[in-house]
Write a protein that binds this ligand. Structure first.
Ligand code: NDP
Length: 290
């Protein structure tokens, strides 16, 4: 069984980013990322901090806007428009989910698609479907695809089953896997909560991508011998022995599934570090294209 170490692959991506940043610096350009957080959700706050920290480590220009939960839709739209106009900012990310009174779709549409490094704007969703390389692909599925490529997993002709159909992970993952080219050309099945007999479908998979949001949901009965499993899930489960009172587990029951696999990602240390590395890569791409 091959453990696909996301931490190591992410480091490789970040090394490429450092090289690209140096090249841009030689041309007098510095990529800039603005991260906007509305409200005080602890997990979102932690993500925003780690994105800001990674930018600073790499020498990117980073601006963090932490706004109160009472921020209005208009105030947020005004900030997004300012960031659209700001020449020092090449990437804009509004951390999801915003508070209930904010219309997230309207905020995403207000972001300049050329600065939409999360890849959520309809223009970028369309570019992914059209296989237009100038678009931005959501960071998590992009990171999963890179993990498969770096681990030497053949996607060409493989049957990939994506469990989950969200706009952030499942749908773009399916589109990447079915696209022509490296890390694509797979035969893709997308499963979700209404899928009948999920285990019978996932057992046909050469590659399973689990993006469900349910702790250790994919068990040994879902996986055939020799499959490759990419576990996108990040779930907090209570653990009284752990310092924080919880530990992180994936959507896959790692201990029982791993022995059956040809390759599998761990949680933590699998897909998570890739997401942030791909965000840095997308910001550099935006700077190049603007
Ligand atoms: P969503 O809740 O948006 O989507 C979950 C998907 O799983 C839905 O399509 C849902 O189906 C499907 N699903 C739920 N229950 C079942 C079931 N019983 N059987 C089959 N399918 C089911 O989650 P996200 O896509 O945003 O995230 C998925 C996971 O990935 C979460 O654990 C999240 O924390 C993690 N994540 C990790 C990231 C990282 O950087 N590693 C980044 C983003 C997310 P339906 O559509 O029918 O409701």
């Amino acid at each position: 069984m091959q453990l696909i170490k996301g931490t190591e692959v992410a480091e490789k991506v970040l090394t490429e980013c450092r090289r690209d940043i140096a090249e841009l610096a030689a041309r007098g350009k510095k990529p800039g990322l603005a991260v906007v957080l509305v409200g005080d959700d602890p997990a979102s706050r932690a993500y925003v901090r780690s994105k800001d920290k990674k930018c600073k480590e790499l020498g990117l220009h980073s601006v963090k806007h932490e706004l109160p939960a009472s921020t209005t839709q208009d105030d947020l739209l005004t900030l997004v428009r300012q960031l659209n106009e700001d020449p020092a900012i090449h990437g804009i990310l509004v951390q999801s989910p915003p508070p209930k009174h904010i219309d997230e779709a309207a905020i995403v549409r207000a972001i300049d698609p050329a600065k939409d490094v999360d890849g959520f704007h309809p223009i970028n969703v369309a570019k992914l479907a059209l296989e237009d390389p100038s678009g931005f692909v959501p960071c998590t599925p992009l990171g999963c695809q890179r993990l498969l490529i770096e681990a030497g997993i053949q996607t060409d002709g493989a049957h990939a089953v994506v469990v989950g159909r969200s706009m952030i992970v499942g749908k773009p993952m399916a589109m990447l896997l079915m696209a022509k080219g490296k890390g694509g050309n797979a035969t893709v099945t997308v499963a979700h909560s209404r899928t009948r007999d999920l285990a019978a479908i996932t057992r046909q998979a050469d590659i399973i991508i689990a993006a469900i949001g349910r702790p250790e949901f994919i068990t040994a009965e879902h996986v055939r011998d020799g499959a490759v499993v990419i576990d996108v899930g990040i779930n907090r489960v209570e653990d009284l022995i752990a310092d924080k009172g919880y530990r992180l587990v994936g959507d896959v029951a790692f201990n029982e599934v791993a022995p059956k696999c040809r390759a599998i990602t761990p949680v933590p240390g699998g897909v998570g570090p890739m997401t942030i590395a791909m965000l840095m890569a997308n910001t550099i791409k935006a700077c190049r294209q603007l």
